[in-house]
Design a protein around this ligand. Structure first.
Ligand SMILES: Cc1cc2nc3c(=O)[nH]c(=O)nc-3n(C[C@H](O)[C@H](O)[C@H](O)COP(=O)(O)OP(=O)(O)OC[C@H]3O[C@@H](n4cnc5c(N)ncnc54)[C@H](O)[C@@H]3O)c2cc1C
Length: 512
């Protein structure tokens, strides 16, 4: 038995038992501990990883030269495959682990996935080959003690389970097939040096050997742990977070394989000191007999609550039977986990830093996706067309300064405005009744249930129009005036002004 697993035997008995039974349990535990370092990093002085050209040692050997170097090998593969395949750019991707291997799976609708064939990345049959299951419909439901909760049913929302590694594997093959492009595993980003007309990236392999590469642009796709995002945003790269854990497992009793459970709560918030959180479940049928369950909560990045994935996993395994009952042949195939990032912009437009000279951030490193239902994968699928086309144009025109690159972003004014709604779902033990989040969200479900189907689909697919949100908010305020008091408590003056600015920015945006 491994030492790392043994070290949690007493403190996390449920997690210990579950991870002892799975393949690579030790490696997953290691990954989780690595992700949990995020919480310590938020408190530490910001490490400088973007350095001036003068700091580059004079005698370095440049091992290769590329148009684009991608640090991080997950969503980067989709972008890089288009840049290499469609635009003929010479790209390099490196990852400190194995590129194209994710610690999560994705849900999306088929219509949205078809964006990837519309831009020529995959054929329709390739897209269908990564959809491991499609459901009839899905629902959202928030606990009411008297059982009166409204179950909001919808179709064509998050109704396809995608095998993330298979999808990324297809993109990886396309990058490898492009002449001059390279993918490197097991290499850690250390820092980069900005020159007037290029950037030099320093990486280190598992043996500690350092290498230097030159590129026109460094694309930072290192996810929530990105040290570049940390430096550019002065140590506060996220305003909110959504720690998420779960499993892909089989052998539950009574599973409905035709329906996705998009959001579900089974009780009020936990109110213990340092643990004020409303836990939320998701349940999605996957390939064959497999079923994915997630447990997560929304919180402010700097709240005093324990947000560690390790502690959340212990809770997950302890309370899983309250949500889905493991049967006699229950088996965990793989754990899934991560910290989903969120950023509330205090302005009429994007306020988060997502670029610098010869540097651009995509995916979770840019933190522009909505944490409400869709996250970074959905955001990348929706925005890939212009994120690739615009970057190719910038390369051709040699417009690679911060001023130009920061215009190439997945910022969507509707998503930015909707992200404010997440603040209502961050439970605060000091001000909220234990069932506060459930009561409010149950009212939102009742309002949506009274409106045409399109409203709920738009809300849960990040496609909301401003007039639709206005109707929902007016109806909610009329039905449930407590939301006004909640706005005061949750958002305060600063937050309410920020929300208003987002809405005004949305109203005047060309993409309403
Ligand atoms: C459990 C779970 C379920 C999800 N489900 C959905 C969903 O259904 N739909 C949806 O739209 N989104 C979903 N998301 C969100 C989605 O998975 C993320 O937005 C997406 O994975 C972000 O991809 P990324 O490439 O930006 O970052 P990541 O996936 O975090 O990848 C970052 C990569 O960078 C590498 N890296 C980090 N630091 C370094 C370094 N110093 N040097 C080299 N490499 C480095 C890492 O090893 C990693 O491979 C889910 C997230 C979780 C946690």
């Amino acid at each position: 038995m491994s030492l790392l697993l043994e070290s949690i035997k007493q403190s996390k008995p449920y997690l210990y038992k579950a991870f002892s039974s799975i393949e690579d349990g030790e490696q997953h535990l290691h990954n989780i501990i690595e992700l949990d370092r995020y919480w310590e990093r938020l408190k530490q002085p910001v490490q400088k990883v973007i350095l001036p050209s003068g700091d580059l040692p004079k005698d370095v050997v440049i091992s290769g030269e590329y148009d684009l170097i991608y640090a991080g090998g997950t969503l980067s593969l989709l972008h890089a495959a288009v840049m290499a395949g469609k635009y003929g750019r010479k790209v390099m991707i490196f990852d400190r682990k194995t590129p194209a291997k994710s610690t999560r799976d994705w849900n999306i609708s088929r219509k949205e996935l078809l964006n990837l064939s519309a831009i020529g990345l995959f054929t329709e049959s390739e897209i269908d080959s990564v959809i491991v299951r499609q459901y009839k419909n899905g629902w959202v439901e928030f606990y009411q003690p008297d059982g009166s909760q409204k179950r909001l049913v919808m179709d064509s929302v998050l109704d396809c389970a995608v095998d993330a590694d298979k999808l990324l594997g297809l993109a990886k093959k396309k990058v490898q097939a492009a002449s001059g492009s390279t993918i490197i595993a097991g290499s850690n980003f250390l820092c980069c040096y900005q020159f007037d007309n290029h950037i030099v990236v320093k990486i280190e392999d598992h043996q500690g050997k350092k290498f230097y590469y030159r590129a026109k642009v460094l694309v930072d796709v290192m996810g929530i742990l990105s040290p570049i995002a940390m430096q550019l945003n002065e140590g506060s790269p996220q305003t909110h977070v959504c720690p998420t854990v779960g499993t892909i497992a089989s052998g539950f009793d009574d599973i409905d394989f035709e329906t996705g459970e998009i959001l579900a709560t089974t009780g009020p918030a936990e109110t213990a000191p340092g643990k004020g959180r409303q836990l939320i479940w998701e349940g999605f049928p996957a390939e064959g007999e497999k079923y994915i369950t997630y447990l997560f909560f929304y919180d402010e990045a700097d709240s005093p609550n324990d947000k560690s994935l390790l502690a959340l996993f212990e809770t997950y395994f302890r309370i899983l039977p309250e949500y889905k009952k493991p049967g006699n042949v229950f088996m965990i195939h793989r754990p899934v986990y991560g910290i989903i990032p969120a950023y509330c912009h205090d302005g009429f437009d994007r306020t988060r830093e997502i670029a610098d000279d010869h540097i651009i951030l995509f995916g979770d490193a840019a933190s522009l996706g909505s944490p409400l239902t869709f996250c970074g994968f959905g955001s990348m699928v929706r925005n890939l067309y212009h994120l690739t086309g615009d970057l190719d144009r910038a390369l051709s025109d040699n417009n690679l300064s911060k001023k130009h690159l920061e215009k190439i972003s997945a910022y969507e004014p509707n998503v930015a405005s909707m992200a404010n709604l997440m603040k209502y779902m961050c439970f605060n033990a000091a001000t909220d009744d234990p069932n506060f989040v459930n009561d409010l969200m149950n009212e939102v479900m009742i309002v949506l249930d009274d409106l045409p189907l399109h409203y709920r689909q738009a809300m849960f697919r990040d496609e909301m129009k401003i007039e639709e949100l206005a109707i929902i908010m007016l109806r909610l305020g009329w039905r449930y005036p407590k939301v006004l008091m909640a706005t005061w408590e949750k958002l305060g003056v600063q937050g309410s002004l920020g929300f208003l600015k987002n809405i005004v920015g949305w109203a005047f945006s060309p993409v309403r």
